[in-house]
Design a protein. Structure first.
Length: 202
């Protein structure tokens, strides 16, 4: 995980809970695992930025400290309404689980498998800010919608055994007593078991 991602995430979270006005925010392209979807923020210098406005009547200060692997960001200022609280909630509107793409790789041993890239689920998430005063909700505002792209999992596998062109299968086993051999076009388990003859006494 990128350390800058953590930094911008912390700033974004602090700004949201300070109820400051966010004027530009971008989600990651792919889903993230370290925060709930819809509560992340990222930047790409020259193209994507994170901006916010001090919409209070007093100056504010951003305090950021990194120590012992922990990043702490605070917004320092005047709390104009001590009875006001802020809650952030998310609502997933769409979910697209990742697919798996398998590529045969002749350089691998038969049966070997290498994960070339992990999969990422796609999703669309709405994020709401709830304002309460003295415990009573006074507003519930949709602040943004985040869209995460599905990326397939890619696996490379070693070559499989070739099936002879005469239709025989060298890996097949001959059924023994007690085996149930099903042939033909059986579409359901019920059809299969309807055809079985159960000896008396079983």
């Amino acid at each position: 995980m990128c350390n800058l991602s953590i930094f911008w995430l912390k700033i974004y979270s602090a700004v949201l809970y300070a109820d400051l006005e966010v004027t530009e925010r971008h989600e990651h392209t792919l889903e993230v695992s370290y925060v709930p979807l819809g509560t992340d923020a990222t930047v790409a210098y020259g193209s994507l930025d994170f901006r916010f406005k001090n919409n209070t009547s007093a100056p504010i200060k951003i305090s950021a400290v990194a120590a012992n692997g922990v990043v702490t960001v605070k917004v320092l200022g005047t709390k104009e309404n001590p009875n006001k609280t802020v809650e952030i909630v998310t609502n997933r509107k769409y979910y697209n689980p990742y697919t798996t793409t398998t590529i045969e790789d002749a350089t691998l041993e038969p049966g070997a498998k290498v994960v070339e890239s992990t999969g990422f689920n796609g999703a669309t998430v709405e994020t709401y800010k709830i304002i309460k005063e003295n415990g009573v909700q006074i507003s519930n505002t949709l602040i943004h919608t985040s869209r995460y792209v599905m990326a397939p999992r890619v696996e490379r596998v070693g070559p499989t055994s070739e099936i002879p062109t005469d239709g025989s299968n060298p890996d097949a086993t001959t059924p023994t007593d007690g085996d149930v051999v099903i042939e033909g076009n059986q579409s359901t388990a019920e059809q299969i078991y309807d055809d079985l003859q159960i000896p008396d006494g079983i």
